[in-house]
Every structure is written in structure tokens, then in C-alpha cells.
Ligand binder design. Structure first.
Ligand SMILES: [Zn+2]
Length: 532
């Protein structure tokens, strides 16, 4: 971008106080406002942190204050800042510091051991070693590692290795003993401690026990280095054009809120953060005078996050407890966001939510369930990025009848369900462009297309690119109740903007996944630029 200081001739003619006049002009852009009825423009004027005008260059230039900064966008495309409506900041930040055990980095348990050994050499013995992203099915051995596999690599450090799904963890013997998990530890109701069949000895594999582990270990296992990881994550999100994230941690409480408050106060984070509140932590937040939408534009308290899982074969919590949790959250002023992946869970969630609430994931949703979800008025926050990143595995392993109904963005959109996209990072990379590509093309990373819904057109589960862009912007704003300030390029909204290197509405669909941010603006400040 070329940057100049412009002296608009109109400045002297206006009687408006300079403080209220635009101090930043973005000109020569293809502005996709994503606003209905006013889709395109060529220039944007910003006063402080707010969009003051959108329109033609000559129109907005007239408004500018003397000495206003002008950025020449050189014909590139300007979009509203992208919103990741479901991610896990803590886990992503931690994974950026931990040992990469993803299928791109390791292909066997032996490789995992080698990677851990390298980390052992540079880590003091009292410090945890964390590994992230392993996939039991992708490992050559075709199984989860055990505590004994990890002990061989790191006998003297506590080790914790998280599955790529976020729903399983393996710990070594020292890690288990620090968490107080032994032969006599009963299975908690929400998950499973995997055991040797003969002896009952824990194998190290723990299913759906992340929250339970946090209770037992305090934050020792993950809080150290959270800040450093978060700063790095912030830069990465900005480099993707993401200006707001919604943290979906099911255990977020007062501690996490205070940590985020102090990190935001340090001024080192540029992304705006909405922290959802763990359902079991509402009371401690409310006792401190906090409730839904407490905070400010930088950090806000979001929906109450409820988990609804089928790990043990039955819905957890059961319907009665689920209803109680929802009523309790609503009673304290929090709308709810319910984690529901399997069709049984989606159906149960749809029977308790209403407008203002959200269903997270909605991964399996056949036609009859789409209508039920629609009737609730709730927003669905889903992950078309998984179609791209994990689609190959889904096509191999998921029942072919169900495949057309996985992450059913097209069917939900056509039914009129409000939709937003979230990466679920660290489960998948937070780059939103492969997700937009996944929603528009239903095509996997290796180029395979998902089958269409039986008896319907080949494109029945796809959405037009403008619809997908809206789900990544205004849809995310609607999901957390901030659409009055975010999600479109409109006068009076926050000046959260991203300049990208190609117009997504013009490029071949195949190129959508490769679009890159060139410059990211949060609240009228250029916070990231690619240097192009
Ligand atoms: Zn999640």
C-alpha cells in the first residue's frame, strides 16, 4: 500500500470539529461491505475506532480532517474483519509452544517418542512437557500411545499428550501420579479412564476428561507460557485477517477472565476476544458482578458454554440435567452455547435452545433435524474447515448415508438457520479461507468432493461465496450478539477491516483457500501488514 497524508480541500469549508472528522481514509479499494442492499463501495473513512463513511472516494475524502492518513489499497479487496466464532485460545496458545505431534509432523508412536526426547533435553525436570495433535488412526501402530510409551521417552518429566480432537489425552506415569490418577480412582461421570482389562491399571489414556484434569492439576499443566503463546497466536490470527475470536472453553471461569483482562490491559493483544463462560462457573462470575456482555469492545463475556457428549454411549448430561443447566444459565442472564456433534446430541440441543442461543458444531444433521434446528431460532456455529482438513478421513470412515449431512452448511442456510463459522482451533488451523472454500465447494484437502444429498442437486449442500463470507463475519457477530458494532463495513460500526490479495467473489472457487490477508485493521489501527 502507498500511504500519503492528504489535505482535502473541503476541510476548511466544514464547521465540524476536527476531532469528529475522519483521520484515516482507505481509498482505491474494492470494498465488499457484506451489507444487504449496499454490497460494494470504493472508499472507507474512519474516525478513531469507528467507520465514519463508506462510498465513493470523492465523497469520503470531503469529510476527512486535515492531515488525515490515506491508505491507497491499490485495487485490492477490503472486507469486514473476519470473526472466528468458536476456538480454544488456551489450548491453541499452549499447542504453539508444545511438541507438535500432528499427522503432518509424526507418523508413528516411535516418532512421538523421538520428538518428546528432543524436548526432554531442553526442559527442567519439574516442568510439564505437552504434546499436541496426535491422531491414533494416522499413527503407524494404529492405536493411542500408552503411559509406558511416554515413560520410555520421558521418565522424569510429567508428560501430557492431547489428541487432535481435544477429546482424549494420554499421560505418562509421572503425569498420572501428579494428577492423582491410580488403580483405585473411580471413572468420573463425564468421561473414562482407560484401564488394562486384567489389572485395572490406568493405561494413561483419558477420554473427555480435560476439564476434570484442570480441576485436579490447577493451571500448573497449562497456564505457564499461556501469555507468550497467546501473543504468538494473536499475530497468527491477524495474519489471517481475523479481528475477533470467541473462546469456547467449557471450563472458563473467573481465573481465566482475570488472566484475559490483564493480558488485554497490557495492550499486547490486538484481536478482540469474547470469552464464553463454563456452565459450572456462572455463579463465580455472577458473584463478581459479571454477566453476559460484561467487559468492553476488547474483551467481552459471552454465552454460557455447555457440553453435551456421547462418549460413554449415553448423553451426558441427560435431558433433565441439560434442561436444568439451560434454565439456570438463562435465569442468570446468559444465553447458552451447546456443544453438540452427533445427531442425538444435536437433536437434544435443539429441544432446549431458543433464539439468542447457539448450537456449536452441529456436525451430523440430516434433513429432518435441519427443520427442527430451524424452528428453534438459534444460531448454528459450525466448522466447514473440517470438510477441507479432515474430509478425506470422513469419506473413508463415516457411514456413506450420513456423509452428505456432515457440517450441512447449505441445508441449514437454505432453511434460514443463522450460521457462523469457527475453526475449533487447535483442532484445525484457524485460517478461515480453507473453511470458506469447504463451505463453497464441499471439497477435501486432497481434492475429493463430498456426495450431495440423495435426490437433490449436486450443489444442495454448497453455499454461494457471499453467503460464506457473511457467515465468517456478520454471522459470527450475530452469534455473540455484537452485530450492532461488527460484521459489515457500515457507518457506525467498528473499523475492523482486512485487505486481501484477491476478490473472493471473482476468483475461481479453487483459489478461495489460498487467499491471503495483506493488511489487518482493528479499531482503526493497522495492526498487521504482510509488507506487500
Ligand atoms: Zn470446541
Amino acid at each position: 500500500m502507498r500511504q500519503t497524508t492528504e489535505q482535502p480541500t473541503a476541510a476548511t469549508r466544514s464547521s465540524q470539529p476536527a476531532a469528529g472528522r475522519p483521520d484515516l481514509l482507505l481509498v482505491n479499494a474494492r470494498v465488499l461491505t457484506l451489507e444487504r442492499g449496499k454490497p460494494a463501495a470504493e472508499a472507507v473513512a474512519v474516525t478513531g475506532d469507528t467507520i465514519a463513511a463508506v462510498g465513493r472516494r470523492d465523497q469520503v475524502s470531503l469529510l476527512a480532517a486535515p492531515g488525515a492518513r490515506t491508505i491507497d489499497c491499490q485495487g485490492m479487496t477490503l472486507l469486514p474483519g473476519l470473526i472466528d466464532a468458536h476456538c480454544h485460545l488456551l489450548a491453541t496458545a499452549a499447542s504453539m509452544r508444545g511438541v507438535d505431534c500432528s499427522p503432518d509432523a509424526v507418523s508413528s508412536i516411535h516418532d512421538v517418542q523421538m520428538a518428546l526426547r528432543r524436548r526432554v533435553e531442553t526442559t527442567p525436570e519439574d516442568r510439564w512437557i505437552r504434546g499436541f495433535g496426535y491422531d491414533d488412526v494416522s499413527l503407524a501402530e494404529g492405536r493411542h500411545p500408552t503411559r509406558w510409551d511416554l515413560d520410555q521417552a520421558a521418565p522424569n518429566h510429567p508428560v501430557r499428550l492431547d489428541h487432535r480432537s481435544g477429546h482424549a489425552t494420554v499421560m505418562n506415569s509421572l503425569g498420572l501420579s501428579m494428577a492423582g490418577i491410580g488403580q483405585d480412582t473411580p471413572d468420573p461421570p463425564q468421561g473414562l479412564i482407560d484401564r488394562e482389562p486384567q489389572t485395572g491399571e490406568p493405561t494413561g489414556l483419558l477420554l473427555e476428561l480435560a476439564g476434570w484434569l484442570r480441576e485436579r492439576l490447577g493451571h500448573s499443566g497449562d497456564e505457564a507460557g499461556f501469555q507468550e503463546g497467546l501473543y504468538r497466536l494473536d499475530r497468527m490470527l491477524l495474519s489471517y485477517g481475523i479481528t475477533s475470536v470467541q473462546d469456547a472453553g467449557p471450563d472458563n471461569g473467573l481465573d481465566r477472565w482475570r488472566t484475559l483482562v490483564s493480558i488485554q490491559a497490557s495492550g499486547q493483544l490486538s484481536c478482540r476476544v469474547t470469552m464464553m463462560a463454563g456452565a459450572s462457573k456462572l455463579q463465580e462470575l455472577v458473584s463478581e458482578g459479571l454477566t453476559w456482555h460484561s467487559g468492553d469492545g476488547r474483551l467481552r463475556l459471552g454465552h454460557a458454554k455447555l457440553m453435551l457428549t456421547l462418549t460413554t454411549g449415553a448423553l451426558h448430561p441427560n435431558m433433565e440435567d441439560l434442561r436444568d443447566q439451560v434454565d439456570q444459565a438463562h435465569g442468570m442472564g446468559f444465553p447458552v452455547a451447546i456443544h453438540a456433534v452427533e445427531r442425538e446430541a444435536v437433536e437434544a440441543a435443539a429441544s432446549v435452545v431458543s433464539a439468542g442461543d447457539r448450537i456449536e458444531h452441529c456436525a451430523e444433521c440430516p434433513a429432518e433435524l435441519v427443520a427442527q434446528v430451524r424452528s428453534t431460532g438459534a444460531t448454528v456455529v459450525t466448522q466447514p474447515g473440517f470438510l477441507y482438513w479432515n474430509g478425506g478421513r470422513y469419506i473413508q470412515r463415516v457411514d456413506p448415508e450420513l456423509q452428505p449431512h456432515l457440517y450441512p452448511v447449505g441445508a441449514l442456510h437454505r432453511a434460514g438457520v443463522p450460521l457462523a463459522f469457527g475453526s475449533d482451533s487447535p483442532v484445525a488451523d484457524p485460517n478461515p479461507w480453507p473453511a470458506i472454500y469447504g463451505a463453497v465447494t464441499r471439497t477435501t484437502r486432497d481434492g475429493t468432493k463430498f456426495p450431495p444429498i440423495a435426490g437433490m442437486s449436486a450443489t444442495s449442500q454448497e453455499v454461494p461465496v457471499t453467503a460464506a463470507l457473511r457467515m465468517q463475519t456478520i454471522g459470527g457477530a450475530h452469534a455473540d450478539g455484537s452485530e450492532d458494532r461488527k460484521g459489515t463495513i457500515s457507518r457506525g460500526k467498528l473499523a475492523d477491516l482486512v485487505l486481501v490479495d484477491a476478490d473472493p467473489t471473482e476468483v475461481e472457487p479453487d483459489r478461495l483457500k489460498d487467499i491471503r490477508a495483506v493488511m489487518t485493521i482493528v479499531g482503526g489501527q493497522v495492526v498487521w501488514s504482510s509488507g506487500v
